[in-house]
Design a binder for this molecule. Structure first.
Ligand code: ATP
Ligand code: MG
Length: 411
């Protein structure tokens, strides 16, 4: 026998029994997001590498370690590790800034990151996400968070924790970065290798470190004092205060987490995550925030923006597996022409119908029917002569012979 080829590490097949769950995620996304005025956008799965280097940021783990990059015709291309950069590229390229704001777009689809595969972390995973362009006011931040909560509720997930923070603007953040670096300097040798690298390039990211020894360092009182300080400027503080008051008014429960900095470079002011207590250590289902400089950085006009992305595998892990839909009827017959005619007639009317294609014995066909359908539709010689069909309820074993017209009232 030929050698079996396995699925690539960190990727998964989504099998038929799981697909129903994905349909629910997608159906609810379309339904809920359109209530808020969002339109779906589908961008390519690969883009030029520079888009992510500039869009996601070259101090991030994603760009430094996790991208699937390949050359084709001397161009460097990359499988998208996230979709905000792609949506922003499309927004600029298609002149969407000419539309009156806000421009509201949502997407779903596979993303690719070369990470260490573990529970809740794959190398190909799926995100559903939203981006809103053109509004700098905190009402926009509140609305996207509200929509995330609404979407999660529509899936039956209402015991999740919303965490928010403000990273300030590039101006006020600079002072915070310097204070943080100063207070961490004596601890430099005790930081993990990644944090030592981030120290110069992206000191805020240290706060996001998952290594226990680093977390313990950040607990020290003198370091906590800097972390907990209100470093943001008046305007940023006002933005954050308004966001909180809108969330309060809308009765969205949240906590302020000063350690929340998010992994991507492009965020400013609001950042947020939504977490579950039922997912183990990969517990974030949603991450997002405001990225007012990204459109300009990628060559567009200065355009404020805010958005989020959710991990669909992690959402699915929280949802009960729905039962597979059974067929309405399974035709049991040794007369393929009559079986085919009946099947096609009922399928045209919207019923889910299958029949035995290989002329098996009636007992075998009935066995199969009881596994896959609600009713067996028996079409033997007698039934065909009489222009009728015997219907067997496979849950109760009740059986009667009826005309095709009567059949419809039963199925
Ligand atoms: P994490 O902290 O879990 O690594 P992240 O900050 O890298 O997440 P984002 O890039 O903001 O996450 O992506 C948003 C969401 O996408 C995450 O909250 C998570 O649910 C999901 N996600 C991110 N990376 C993966 C992955 N490798 N496998 C599965 N889901 C993922
Ligand atoms: Mg990550």
């Amino acid at each position: 026998m030929a050698k079996i080829i396995n699925v690539v590490k960190g990727t998964h097949d989504i099998l038929p029994q799981e697909v129903e769950q994905w349909h629910i995620l997608e159906k609810n996304a379309l339904e809920i997001f359109s209530r808020y005025g969002y339109k779906e956008i589908r961008t390519p799965i690969f883009e030029v590498t520079e888009l992510f280097a500039r869009g996601v940021g070259d101090t991030t783990d994603i760009v430094n370690k996790e991208m699937y990059t390949f050359e084709k015709s001397e161009r460097s291309l990359t499988l998208r590790p996230e979709n905000t950069a792609g949506v922003v590229r499309s927004y600029i390229e298609n002149g969407m800034s000419r539309l009156s704001p806000p421009v509201k777009l949502w997407y779903k689809g596979p993303m690719f990151r070369y990470e260490r595969p573990q529970k809740g972390r794959q190398r190909q995973f799926h995100q559903v996400g939203v981006e809103m362009f053109g509004v700098k006011e905190p009402a926009a931040d509140a609305e996207v968070i509200l929509m995330a909560v609404d979407y999660l509720k529509s899936l039956g997930l209402d015991d999740l924790e919303v965490e928010i923070n403000s990273l300030g603007c590039p101006k006020c953040r600079e002072e915070f970065k310097n204070n943080l670096k100063a207070v961490l300097k004596p601890e430099f040798d005790n930081l993990c290798e990644d944090c030592q690298k981030r120290y110069e390039k992206n000191p805020l990211r240290l706060l996001d470190c998952k290594v226990e020894s680093c977390k313990a360092i950040f607990e020290k009182p003198e370091i906590q004092k800097v972390i907990q300080s209100d470093f943001i400027c008046e305007e940023c503080a006002d933005h954050f205060a308004k966001l909180k008051s809108y969330l309060d008014t809308m009765q969205v429960k949240y906590t302020v987490n000063k350690l929340l900095v998010r992994g991507l470079d492009y965020y400013n002011r609001t950042v947020f995550e939504i977490k579950s207590n039922n997912l183990g250590s990969q517990n974030a289902v949603c991450g997002g925030g405001r990225y007012d400089s990204l459109v300009k950085n990628l060559g567009g006009e200065d355009t404020p923006a805010v958005g989020w992305a959710m991990g669909m595998e992690r959402l699915n892990a929280l949802l009960p597996v729905p039962e597979l839909k059974k067929l309405n009827g399974y035709i049991v017959s040794n007369s393929p022409v009559e079986a085919l005619e009946l099947a096609q007639k009922l399928r045209k009317e919207g019923y889910r119908i299958e029949f035995d294609l290989s002329n098996k014995k009636f007992t075998k066909q009935l066995e199969k029917a009881s596994k896959v359908a609600d009713y067996a539709l028996i079409l033997g010689e007698d039934e065909i002569k009489a222009g009728k069909v015997s219907v067997k309820n496979l849950a109760t074993s009740e059986q009667k012979t009826v005309s095709i017209e009567e059949l419809r009232s039963i199925l």
